[in-house]
Design a protein around this ligand. Structure first.
Ligand code: BGC
Length: 731
């Protein structure tokens, strides 16, 4: 053999030897489960324990000795939060962590467009990947039970079907980039008042029909790799350590194989957390957002105390192995995944995505005299009024607050479009953004600002009012609910005064929640905008100018008065609870389910939104008038754009059970399609109605049941605008 051939064979052999020695957990071609179990078999008890709790404010440990990386987490859900210090809640003051703020999840839900959801998930996760974050703390999937909840803006409305359908593409496209979604807050975190201590009673049907389905879909259809336990208690046990919720429902019934991560400070007991299905405990000895403590990470409930119980054999090793395997799975899917995306931040593509999401989520609620889109040449003196026209709304709100690289305010964008002579008056003031504190502004100051605006209004022939809420404490912010359904800072009075002064008012309202509109009839147009992120102003101008035809629809109902809302109407035990005990008395009748049943007319119903064009619906037709178990039928209809502009319409399908042995809502959302139509164009829309769509949660058999009999399909443009009805029978 020649010398070179000899050397080559030697090299080959040594490579083969090294390969043969490569542990399975490092072999990227080996199946995930084999890698996880191999890693587990090489770890000491202490190393396993270390993976079950935080090692800093936003990371949990890997296995340094084996080269298994730690998990880096960040809030979520509207962009990557600025870097937080390793060991305190203070921002780390990095100079490379400014990002794009994407629109709030309420806005995403308002698009009713799953393709937009996929665009969102992809873009936001690329920012997480670039910032080297493995776990994105979001999306939030709690149901909007009442409009005071401080965190509704981080969720996707009052309907479990809409929330679930919108969550799935978000999660799938985010996780394609190797970033885990940690869907939150599982479960029943439907208010911020007493969030750490309120004990919730909810009947089995409401739990299964309203509060769990979006999470179930996120896990089973979306394939979420992580889930965050919530703060409140359900049936006397904190949700972060609730055996029924985490072990029985999530892991056993739904087959979730990822990691349950606690909300920050949501674990309160070693035994319960260890045996109750919590896998990675975060933020203990804090109040979630602010309070620090002298405790070290080994003192966490799933630290030394848990290790002791394992070593004494009081809790079996299999419990620890299961938790560690779940943490490992999450690491292998993200941080330890060579194929994950590198991502990017602040790319033009992300600003475009941000604007695209906003453009489809903004809702036109009222448009008298066809005042919108604004024809600039009609007006000589345009006046912008309202603090939100100049305020950065990416700040505040709690853990979802963001540090952006570039923001466009409404005033900047409006002046960019209609000229620098557009005048501005602040109109009201809300003070500084302070977490857990309200910066009170004096009545004198509010009166001065209001009069100043009215004075300017005398000269104006068009007012664009930009107000609403702003993520201050008690204004769409974590850890507090709003005190009142009315807008704050004297805005109701201000709008009424402006309306008396100027005949043309376009009210652009920013919020993540519904609010009272005593001035509804006094203003010409109402635009419901959300926290629209970095492209706030540009998005707004797209809609105001008609560059984009509005196509968003409400993901929750706007009630006329707070007492119309069932959670409120049913008394303090129902909201916010008495002595921290709460019962969801309305059961399954949340949102439009209640308004339908009680025949309460809303201010603006669920699923409502106008367009600059007109859509005409054809009659619904069914493929068959009967169906049997396991079967499906199809419903088709036509929709025509009979107006003059290209536009998108959301066609909504609801199903109602005509006669049933249990109470059922009049109708429930079971399908929606968003279609684009040119002027004069007609399209056919088809929905499948499946056997599954007819089921309710049977609290006697504890399973999903459909009862034979007559059902009705409702083809709608909103929950109160039924375009066609058609009956069919389940045999
Ligand atoms: C919030 C979570 C958030 C976590 C970390 C908690 O207070 O409830 O939504 O992900 O803090 O910031």
């Amino acid at each position: 053999m020649k010398k070179s051939a000899f050397i080559t064979s030697l090299l080959l052999l040594s490579t083969m030897y090294v390969c043969a020695q490569t542990p399975v957990y490092l072999d990227e071609k080996a199946p995930l489960e084999q890698r996880v179990q191999d890693a587990l078999s090489k770890m000491t008890t202490h190393e396993k324990i270390r993976m079950c709790h935080g090692q800093s404010k936003f990371t949990s440990a890997g296995v340094p000795r084996l080269g298994i990386p730690q998990l880096m987490m960040s809030d979520g859900p509207h962009g990557v939060r600025a870097e937080i210090s390793w060991n305190s809640w203070a921002y780390a003051d990095w100079t490379n962590d400014s990002i794009v703020a994407f629109p709030a999840l309420t806005c995403l839900a308002a698009t009713w467009n799953p393709q937009i959801s996929a665009i969102y998930g992809n873009a936001v996760s690329e920012e997480f990947a670039y910032r080297k974050k493995d776990v994105m703390l979001g999306p939030g999937l709690n149901i909007c039970r009442m409009p005071l909840n401080g965190r509704n803006f981080e969720y996707m409305g009052e309907d479990p079907y809409l929330t679930g359908e919108m969550a799935v593409p978000y999660i799938q496209s985010a996780q394609k980039n190797g970033v885990a979604c940690c869907v939150k807050h599982f479960a029943l975190n439907n208010q911020e008042v007493d969030r750490f201590a309120v004990n919730i009673k909810v009947d089995e049907r409401a739990l299964n029909e309203i509060y769990l389905p979006a999470f179930k879909k996120a896990v089973q259809k979306g394939g979420a790799w992580a889930i965050m336990g919530s703060y409140p208690l359900w049936n006397g046990v904190h949700c972060c350590q609730n055996d029924t919720l985490l072990n029985k429902i999530l892991k056993q019934q739904w087959g979730f194989d990822g990691a349950v991560i606690s909300d920050w400070g949501g674990v309160t007991d070693t035994w319960q957390a260890a045996t109750g299905g919590m896998d990675i405990e975060m933020g203990s000895y804090t109040n979630g957002m602010t309070k620090e403590s002298e405790f070290g990470y080994d003192d966490f409930y799933l630290g030394n105390n848990f290790e002791k119980l394992i070593n004494e054999g009081k809790i079996p090793m299999s419990v620890l192995n299961d938790k560690t395997a779940r943490a490992l799975r999450t690491i292998f899917r993200t941080a330890f995944n060579r194929n994950r995306a590198y991502g990017n931040i602040c790319s033009e593509a992300h600003y475009t995505a941000c604007r695209q999401i906003g453009d489809e989520g903004v809702i036109l609620l009222q448009n008298k005299k066809g005042i919108l889109p604004i024809e600039a040449k009609k007006y000589k003196n345009i006046l912008v009024v309202g603090e939100n026209a100049t305020r950065s709304l990416t700040k505040g709100g709690g853990s979802s607050e963001l540090k952006t690289k570039r923001d466009v305010t409404p005033l900047e964008a409006i002046r960019g479009m209609y000229g620098n002579d557009v005048d501005y008056a602040q109109g009201y003031s809300s003070g500084r953004v302070m977490y857990d504190h309200v910066d009170n502004v004096s009545a004198d100051e509010l009166a001065r600002l209001s009069s100043e605006a009215v004075e300017k209004a005398k000269k104006a022939d068009l007012i664009i009012y930009v107000g609403g809420m702003n993520k201050n404490t008690k204004q769409d912010c974590e850890n507090s609910d709003r005190d009142d359904y009315n807008l704050s800072y004297g805005q109701n009075e201000l709008i009424a005064r402006l309306a008396k002064t100027c005949p043309n008012i376009v009210a652009v309202m920013i919020s993540g929640n519904a609010y009272a509109m005593p001035w509804k009839n006094d203003v010409t147009a109402i635009v419901q905008a959300w926290y629209l992120g970095s492209e706030f102003g540009n998005t707004l101008c797209d809609i105001l100018s008609g560059e984009v035809n509005p196509s968003g629809k409400l993901p929750f109902s706007f009630v006329n008065k707070l007492n119309d809302c069932p959670a409120i109407a049913l008394g303090k035990e129902s909201y916010p609870g008495i002595n921290k005990q709460q019962t969801y008395k309305e059961g399954i009748l949340v949102g439009y389910r209640w308004y339908d049943m009680k025949k309460i007319k809303t201010l603006f119903p669920f699923g409502y939104g106008l367009s600059y064009t007109i859509f005409k619906y054809g009659k619904p037709k069914l493929s068959a008038s009967t169906m049997s178990e396991g079967d499906y039928i199809t419903l088709t209809t036509t929709v025509t754009n009979s107006g003059k502009r290209t536009g998108k319409e959301v066609v909504e399908l609801y199903i109602g059970d005509e006669k049933c042995s249990v109470l059922r809502p009049v109708k429930e959302l079971k399908g929606f399609k968003k279609i684009l139509l040119n002027p004069g164009e007609t399209k056919t829309v088809t929905f499948a109605i499946t056997y599954e769509d007819l089921k309710f949660w049977n609290d006697k058999s504890h399973s999903w049941t459909a009862e034979p009999g007559m059902f009705k399909a409702y083809l709608c443009s909103s929950a109160e605008d039924v375009k066609g009805e058609i009956e069919f029978e389940l045999k």
